[in-house]
Structure formats: structure tokens, C-alpha cells
Write a protein that binds this ligand. Sequence first.
Ligand SMILES: Nc1nc2c(ncn2[C@@H]2O[C@H](COP(=O)(O)OP(=O)(O)OP(=O)(O)O)[C@@H](O)[C@H]2O)c(=O)[nH]1
Ligand SMILES: [Mg+2]
Length: 214
Amino acid sequence: MSREFLFKILVFGHSGVGKTSIINRYIDNEFGFSHVPTIGVEFRFKDLTVDDQKIRLQIWDSCGQKSLRMPFTTAIYKNSSAFIVAYDLTDLDSLQELLFFIEEIENHANENPLIVIVGNKADLPSNIENPEEKIKELTNGKNYKTFRTSAKESTNVDELFFYLIKKMKKNAQKMAQSINDPNKKNDFITDDQFNNLGGFRPNPLDEDKGKKCC
Ligand SMILES: Nc1nc2c(ncn2[C@@H]2O[C@H](COP(=O)(O)OP(=O)(O)OP(=O)(O)O)[C@@H](O)[C@H]2O)c(=O)[nH]1
Ligand SMILES: [Mg+2]
């Protein structure tokens, strides 16, 4: 059966790490050399079909510059399926700022948020020694999935989003199964559950269709 999913992905990171460039590479397969700071938040969409299932990605490209940042409400965090937190492989400050974004997500999102940490500008010589180890130290040994990308050379960008799609689909399917568990006798789902399902509302009453009343 083919189902439609809407997955919301929030992208965070220090100014200039390449958030907009990663998204532009993924959606338009384009790269620009100039840095035009994102103001507040910009929305991008991508439609694709994976395993015969139609998926719409809604990507929120946030602003890195503190003075131009838009504060996100808890509801925005809770309604998101995944989070990309990006840093620049040539800029240690941007790696250290990861912690701020991760804490914001962990404090506001639903339990066990899907977070991927992305070191961008892999085409340039990195001056950070073993960034993945530094991230582990910074986050008290937490095992976040990491990627090294280059928006410029299109390295690992498709792989990053493909990983997220697979994970988000799995999470949505798990949630749908638990909601449809006949032992739980749920006949409605909460808004949080709805959003965790990527906007897919399973109908636990399907099996009752056709049954005559009384
Ligand atoms: N060499 C190299 N440069 C990159 C790469 N990705 C982005 N850049 C450059 O880095 C600068 C900043 O890129 P943006 O994508 O605008 O950065 P951002 O994180 O969206 O910045 P804000 O919107 O201000 O938060 C631009 O000059 C890009 O050309 C990359 O993979 N390699
Ligand atoms: Mg930007």
C-alpha cells in the first residue's frame, strides 16, 4: 500500500557553516560561492518516492547569526521528525556551538529526537583534529550519527538525507504499529503522535469497517 508522508527537518548551526548550501545542493543540485545570511528561517520542499511511498520533505533552514535568529517554539521542535546540526570542519568555534543547538533540541523536542551532526566543507583542509571525537567529548559521550559533507563538491549530501528518510520512515512505521496495536484499543491519536508519524494518520478503525453496528 502506498502512503504519503510529510517529514519536517530542522537545520541548525553557526552562521556560515553551509546550512543553506547543503540544502541547495540537495534540492537544486546547485552551489553558490557567496554567503547570503539566512534571515529568520527559510522553507524548502522536496518530493520524492522511496520504496513506492510518496514522501514530502519540508526543510526548515534556520539562521546562524544570533541577532537574526528566530526563536522556535516547543511545538515546532515537537512537530519535527529530524534535526540536522551542522558545523564547519575548518572552524572549531562552530563545532563548539553544536552543544547549544543540541541542548535546545533535547530540551524541547519529543523523547529521543533524531539528530544528525554534519561537518561541512570537507573539500577544504580541516584544522580540527578528529572532530568526531571532539563531538563525543562535548556531548558527554553521546553517540550521535555524524556525516562529513561538502556542499561544494556534493559529497555525502544525498547520503545524509537518504539516511534521515530511512530513519524517519522507520520511526513513523513503528509509531503507526503501536497506535494500531489492537491490545491498546486506541481509537484516536494525539497531535504529537500525528506529527511523529510525519503527518500520516493511520486509521485504527479500518478493521471495523464493514462491521454492522449493534
Ligand atoms: N569550500 C566550501 N565552501 C562552502 C561549502 N558549503 C558552503 N560553503 C560556503 O560557505 C559560505 C556560507 O554558506 P551558507 O550556506 O550561506 O551558510 P549558512 O550556514 O546557511 O549561513 P547562515 O545563513 O548565515 O546561517 C558561502 O560562501 C558558501 O559558498 C562547502 O562545502 N565547501
Ligand atoms: Mg543560510
